[in-house]
Design a protein around this ligand. Structure first.
Ligand code: MN
Ligand code: MN
Length: 303
């Protein structure tokens, strides 16, 4: 069950996340060269200025990079003439999360890809009722995509969301899964079909770039007080939710921050989230909404 106060916080997070994506779209309009670093910083600033916290670093994954990219170098720019840029934002209000993404597409084929992706997401949201098997979501996404000459990314899925927990167990597959759990009243899901064109493999693999991390444990670090403080600072604002080194440059400087990350990594304090790249080089699109499942009618918080 979900209380009125919880619902309120989910809705507030959703509203701010929606605003952040609209802002992102406005910032990019008409621009060919886009500094992804500045874009992310501005989006995250908007979230903070609204009294919320980013639930994860702003993701700006371009073309065959499907997910998990955020810039950590101030001069990270792309020349965006043709292709798809996915902007994926997370907002939390007292730990209650909204997770939502859009695709900005340039070029006729890519505009088609993104448009169909959005259509499929909006249609599949109708399935979110108590008692529906999650595998049915995947079945619908896969079969609709096929009719359009497109293919879902089979090893990327949506996910259940809980307080301070971005991936709370159950997955929302984008291809048919015969043995899958059932959707229950009061659950919150992030629904996110990723699509590419039919001729590509429809699978992602991890790449070498890693700019997103999360804490794995909170054990005290005895011999390095400054590092212990750094780690506590992360835990106290976001627990085990993802973060990026970029956020700490202002307080610690870039070099020191990256050194902290290196040590935390070697001491096994961190989970790492490498960029996920389409195996056969296919350009990937994504749209995402967060939905609260209710008996009387589910609510999309990010629409
Ligand atoms: Mn997302
Ligand atoms: Mn998500």
């Amino acid at each position: 069950m979900i209380s009125d106060t919880e619902l309120e916080k989910y809705l507030t997070a959703g509203k701010i996340a929606k605003k952040a994506l609209k802002y992102a779209r406005d910032l990019m309009a008409g621009k060919k060269k886009i500094n992804l670093y500045t874009l992310c910083e501005k989006i995250e600033r908007l979230i903070i200025d609204h009294g919320a916290i980013p639930a994860f670093p702003c993701n700006v994954s371009y073309n065959d990079i499907a997910a998990h990219y955020t810039p950590i170098e101030a001069d990270t720019s792309i020349v965006f003439n043709e292709g798809v840029l996915k902007i994926d934002v997370g907002v939390m209000v007292d730990g209650y999360i909204a997770d939502t993404a859009i695709s900005i597409a340039r070029g006729k084929d890519y505009e088609y890809l993104a448009k169909m992706n959005l259509r499929i997401l909006n249609e599949v949201l109708e399935y979110f009722k108590p008692g529906v098997k999650l595998g049915e979501i995947g079945r619908y996404v896969e079969s609709e995509a096929k009719k359009m000459g497109l293919k879902p990314i089979a090893n990327l899925s949506g996910h259940k969301v809980d307080r301070y927990d971005l991936h709370a167990g159950k997955n929302v597959p984008n291809v048919y899964e015969p043995f899958s759990p059932t959707i229950k009243e009061g659950e919150v899901y992030a629904v996110e079909p990723f699509l590419t064109f039919d001729k590509y493999s429809g699978y992602v693999k991890p790449g070498k770039t890693i700019t997103i991390f999360s804490l794995k444990k909170i054990k005290r670090i005895k011999k390095n007080r400054e590092l212990d403080e750094f780690k506590n600072k992360i835990y106290n604002t976001r627990r085990y939710l993802p973060f990026t080194p970029r956020w700490f440059y202002k307080d610690y400087g870039k070099e020191k921050t990256l050194e902290f990350i290196r040590i935390l990594k070697s001491e096994r304090f961190l989970n790492e989230y490498p960029v996920l790249i389409e195996e056969s080089g296919g350009v990937v699109s994504q749209y995402e909404h967060t939905i609260i499942v209710l008996e009387k009618g589910s609510i999309v918080t990010t629409i």
